[in-house]
Write a protein that binds this ligand. Sequence first.
Ligand SMILES: [Zn+2]
Length: 344
Amino acid sequence: MLFRQQALETPHGDLQTPVLFPVSNIGKRSSDNTPEYTESVPDLSTAMVNARAIRNRDPQWERFEDGTPLREEMGVSEDTVVFADSGGFDFQDETVDTTPAKTLETQQQIDADIYGTVDVPLSRDNRQAENQRRISESIDLALEASRRHNGDEVLLGSVHGYDPETVRNSIQHLEREGDFDGYAIGSLVPIRTDYEKVTKIILAARRATDKHLHVYGLGGLTYQPLLLYLGVDSFDSSAFIRSAGNRNYLIPGFGGEPLKNVEELSHLPCACPVCSTRTFKAVRNDRDLLVQHNVWALALELRRFRYMAAADEDLEAYLDLRFAGNEVTKRAYRLAKQQVRRLT
Ligand SMILES: [Zn+2]
């Protein structure tokens, strides 16, 4: 059992981990904007923002330069812990258009608590030599950020690799050559259905360091219990927004169900503040309500896991039950369990 609970010290307060960072599309005027959730879900005073996107949104960036606080712009409380990644995922098909210096300056300007280093994600189709080049470039960019960063903020070195050895070696190299508070594993979203590969990579990372470990992009309902089981300290997700766009209703332990598949129903099977007081039709017809429920679904999943741990329940037995209904995640969990047991 690798599940662990720690406190991460940040400029905006101590963060109890493991924790989810819901992705916040701050200021993006579009239908996939993030709803207000940090006040309504008390143990989710966290947000993940994209430093590059904020920097490139001119009117907004000018407001930040004029001194508008990020948390005010987002409409969240002062003690919200903000993780600013570099926006590396946007470089998948293009060249990197930022530098560690510029990214650090952005992260500082918006008063973020956790900084992700600039990284170049791997491409699944790319030749090995090209991916090797991207892995090395991400390492160099991380080391440069380490040399330039000297504040109280948490600096996480972004690491990529499609095999456990590469990830382990990268973390060990960064640990020797730089000064990081932890590491963040990227590039796993495109291979997320290959549970065995993803599990092995995360385990390799977990074994390579005792420091904070973040996994980019896999904090949705399916992966969350697996990441907790594997001892991951934090993760982020935009699944709650994307799912709602497809009218997908997330249910912990079950996954997502398009509400168009449901015909006659008076109320939905959830006790969150959105579902408990409204009719099925009211929730189905309001995208914002669906997004809010989906955030609650992710928060409740995490709460339930923490409860099982606090009640000293057998977490493996809990997860056996948890994954019983879904063949794909059941197989994934079985693989994870075999690998974890081999370690201990
Ligand atoms: Zn609900």
